[in-house]
Design a protein around this ligand. Structure first.
Ligand code: PLP
Length: 391
């Protein structure tokens, strides 16, 4: 169900000028929001080292900005390495987190300088026999979370029961495992699942260390930190309270990493679309926008997310409307049965909180142009929009 804010018409002007300047739908990325989110997460989880999950918003400007703030990188493919190749990356602050890797992924990561990799089963572990001595592994455990929007422990992760065996097997193979990782699912509802997974991982590690006199002492608590799509999601401080409690119980020398994606990138993205056509069908007015679920709104399909929308009008009148994307497919539907003022062809419709898992999964279906990505920070946004509106 989509939420739609109705704002005074003049507030749409800055979006309109940006869209006209680009001549297409726009995905505006505001780097100031990335800074805000990064600081909020660091404050909520002191001592935890964040590694940005590039997959959530794979844009070099966002990655470069996070690097400048001191963030590490969570890399998952050779393609992501290609994207960041020319950025000032400290490879000591990179981890490769895809539990199942192609040979070219391992090669590209090693050549780039990544030395930490995630595995979750015996076959994946054996892929590192040739690289023993050059790599350190994190063993990913599965920690199911039916309440998360996207359950990431169904497809990946060994069971808590299998973990001790895999730790021993790695030791026999001479491959160093430096810690355990998990991902409790994206857009998790509360921090209790992270806390339970931290306690389970810590127990496995401490038992293993005591039995084999080893030093497996890194816990990677994954992603899952939620943002507010207008559905009363917990703020990051409250969300992290149980996580902080669980972390406080860890032995002091344990190191803790995290792989935040959505939390850092979602608020940075604003989709700016335009009504390219309209039709009256039954008692609903259908508006056809120049971006949709095959484009920036792809997260409605893949990420099961509806974004807070905004339209701009001074009219008192309201009607029941459908907002759809531009393609010929009927699944390309952004919002049904929403009540908004009548819009005209050329009017602007904006989607907020659209940085994460949006352009990342957009396609070229129908060969409609993808939204142009425009990168700004708060200051530039103010200056550029004032100039273009008054010009
Ligand atoms: N790490 C891994 C291995 C993932 O698969 C994902 C998301 O798919 C993330 C981190 C980022 O998760 P989130 O966006 O929930 O923070």
């Amino acid at each position: 169900m989509s939420i739609c804010r109705i704002s005074p018409a003049h507030l749409g002007d800055r979006y309109r000028s940006l869209l006209h300047a680009e001549g297409s739908a726009v995905l505006l990325l505001n780097l100031s929001k990335v800074t805000e989110q990064y600081r909020a997460l660091c404050n909520a989880l002191p001592g935890v080292e964040p590694y940005y999950a590039i997959k959530s918003l794979p844009h070099p400007a966002v990655v470069e900005h996070l690097l400048s703030l001191g963030c590490g990188l969570d890399i998952a493919t050779a393609g992501e390495i290609e994207m960041i190749r020319d950025l000032p990356v400290d490879t000591n602050k990179t981890i490769h987190t895809h539990p199942i890797k192609r040979p070219q992924d391992i090669r590209a990561a090693l050549n780039f300088g990544v030395t930490t990799f995630v595995v979750d089963n015996i076959w994946e572990l054996e892929k590192f026999i040739p690289f023993a001595g050059r790599v350190e592994l994190l063993l990913r455990i599965s920690y199911r979370n039916p309440e998360a929007r996207v359950d990431l422990s169904r497809k990946f992760g060994c069971t808590v029961e299998e973990a001790p065996f895999l730790l021993q097997r790695a030791e026999q193979l001479g491959i160093r495992v430096k810690g355990l990782s998990f991902h409790v699912g994206s857009q998790s509802k509360n921090g209790e699942i992270h806390a339970a997974a931290i306690r389970a991982a810590s127990r496995i590690m401490q038992e293993h260390n005591a039995e084999f006199d080893e030093n497996v002492e890194t816990i990677d608590i994954g992603g899952g930190f939620p943002v507010n799509y207008g559905d009363n999601t917990l703020g990051i401080e409250a969300f992290c309270a149980p996580i902080r409690e669980a972390l406080a119980e860890l032995p002091a020398h344990f190191r803790v990493l995290a792989e935040p994606g959505r939390f850092l990138s979602a608020p940075a993205g604003t989709a700016i679309t335009q009504v390219m056509g309209k039709a009256r069908r039954g008692d609903t007015t259908w508006y056809y926008l120049n971006d949709g679920v095959y484009g920036s709104f792809s997260g409605q399909i893949y990420d099961h997310t509806h974004y807070p929308l905004e339209v701009f009008s001074d009219l008192e009148e309201r009607e029941t409307a459908a907002l759809t994307g531009p393609t010929c497919d009927s699944i390309d539907m952004i919002a049904e049965s929403i009540v908004i003022p009548p819009l005209q062809i050329g009017d602007i419709v904006v989607g907020h909180m659209m940085g994460a898992y949006t352009m990342a999964s957009a396609s070229d279906f129908n060969l409609f142009d993808r939204a142009h990505v425009v990168v700004m920070d708060d200051d530039q946004w103010a200056i550029d929009t004032v100039t273009s509106i008054t010009a």
